[in-house]
Design a protein around this ligand. Structure first.
Ligand code: GLC
Length: 400
């Protein structure tokens, strides 16, 4: 496509942003047993549809979601416009199963987009290709070619709506292509249409076409192309499920974020709002704690990437320009050794306090001294090392 900006240009803001909020919200928040409840409990379509008549999220306030994302230090949001259950949070003309045509009578996507835009936050749309309510999805294109064609038309029409009715959208986050192929979905054509309508948009890999970025789920695995790891805040659930007691601690969340950046990736952290539209307080508390940490240590995350050497005995290392950031998650006591830096070190300081630290370089070993006996920041104390020139490593061949 002639005027399509190059992928690296398109991805620039996203790569620098590093941290986003994923939001799974829909009818499944009412039974509160996760976003797969319809499938897991084999709830008949008609029974599930009754939830739409009970879905009146009186406390939904998109500005509050966006404000929380900002407090958490996130730079973009991705919201489920429609999950696998088929319920649309926007005013879709090709479906009757929408928030506008049921009890809520609201276009939540319009409200979400307006709130993001007002706050200057980047806007992402999650969209599930599959829709459990369509028999043709289960039959597939071979067994039911006509039904499939109709279903696929519905999917394409919905993507077109999302790409035309809400102004500029920054991310299209597909899901649920399985078990069908890119040809079955006609993903190439679909994405060509998306790019015509939204020339700057970035698209994930889940329409079975690689597009702009990879999406490792529930794990962190660096790739040799742009990637974003998405993760639940509890053990397993994307949609609200208070039965999962295992919320990740702020320290675990920061650790995951740092691990992503150290591997040159992004971190998309999920929250599952309740049926009334509010983000559960325990989830919000953890996000705010991450945000506090980011306010002190953000320069080691935003616009940062991998360093040419790791320091597994201390934690992770990120880098930006001539500075490397040692994320000390396993506090070593009053002195720490960072090994393998080829450059001269000019300055060492703790981001949390701004305090400069004395250091000594002995060949490829750097000793940073004068550390407090206990970690000043139990979440992750970042020691910034300013180097002469861009960071370079000495490989660990000194035993030879
Ligand atoms: C999976 C799940 C889904 C969730 C998504 C997030 O595909 O089916 O519930 O939305 O992952 O990555």
């Amino acid at each position: 496509m002639s005027n399509e900006p190059k992928a690296t240009e398109r991805l620039k803001w996203w790569t620098e942003a590093r941290f986003g909020m994923f939001i799974h919200w829909g009818l499944y928040a009412i039974p509160a047993r996760g976003e797969w409840v319809m499938y897991c409990e084999r709830i008949p379509k008609a029974e599930y549809a009754c939830l739409a008549e009970r879905f009146r999220p009186r406390r939904f306030n998109a500005d509050e979601w966006v404000a929380l994302a900002q407090e958490a230090g996130m730079r973009y949001l991705v919201l489920t416009t429609r999950h696998h259950d088929g319920f649309c949070l926007w005013d879709s003309q090709v479906s009757d199963f929408t928030a506008v045509k049921s009890a809520a009578q609201r276009d939540f996507i319009a409200e979400y987009v307006a709130a993001c835009r007002k706050a200057g936050m980047r806007i992402g749309f999650y969209y599930s290709l599959l829709d459990w309510r369509w028999p043709a999805y289960w039959e597939g294109p071979e067994k039911d070619p006509e039904g499939w064609a109709e279903f696929r038309e519905y999917v394409h029409a919905q993507v077109r709506e999302l790409m035309t009715q809400y102004g500029k959208i920054d991310i299209l986050w597909y899901d649920g292509a399985w078990p069908h192929s890119a040809e079955d979905w006609q993903s190439e054509g679909l994405n060509a249409m998306v790019r015509r309508l939204q020339p700057d948009i970035i698209i994930n890999n889940r329409s079975r076409v690689p597009e702009d970025f990879e999406t490792p789920e529930q794990h962190i695995r660096p790739a040799d192309r742009p990637w974003e790891s998405c993760m639940t805040i509890d053990d397993l659930w994307w949609g609200y499920h208070p039965g999962d007691p295992n919320l990740k601690s702020p320290r675990q969340l920061v650790r995951n974020l740092v691990k992503c950046v150290a591997g040159n990736g992004n971190f998309l952290l999920n929250v599952g709002p309740k049926a009334d539209g509010t983000i559960p307080a325990p989830q919000a508390r953890r996000l705010r704690a991450v945000g506090e940490w980011l306010r002190r240590n953000g320069e080691s995350i935003y616009g940062a990437g991998p360093a040419p050497f790791g320091q597994a005995h201390l934690g992770q290392v990120t880098a930006k320009g001539n500075t490397v950031y040692v994320h000390v998650m396993f506090w070593p006591g009053r002195e720490m050794c960072v090994a393998g830096i080829k450059n001269r070190v000019q300055r060492a300081c703790m981001l949390a306090t701004g305090e400069e630290l004395p250091f000594e370089q002995q060949q490829d070993r750097l000793f940073v001294r004068g550390l407090p006996p206990r970690a000043p920041d139990p979440i992750d104390t970042v020691v910034a090392l300013e180097l002469e020139g861009e960071p370079e490593a000495i490989p660990a061949s000194f035993w030879k």
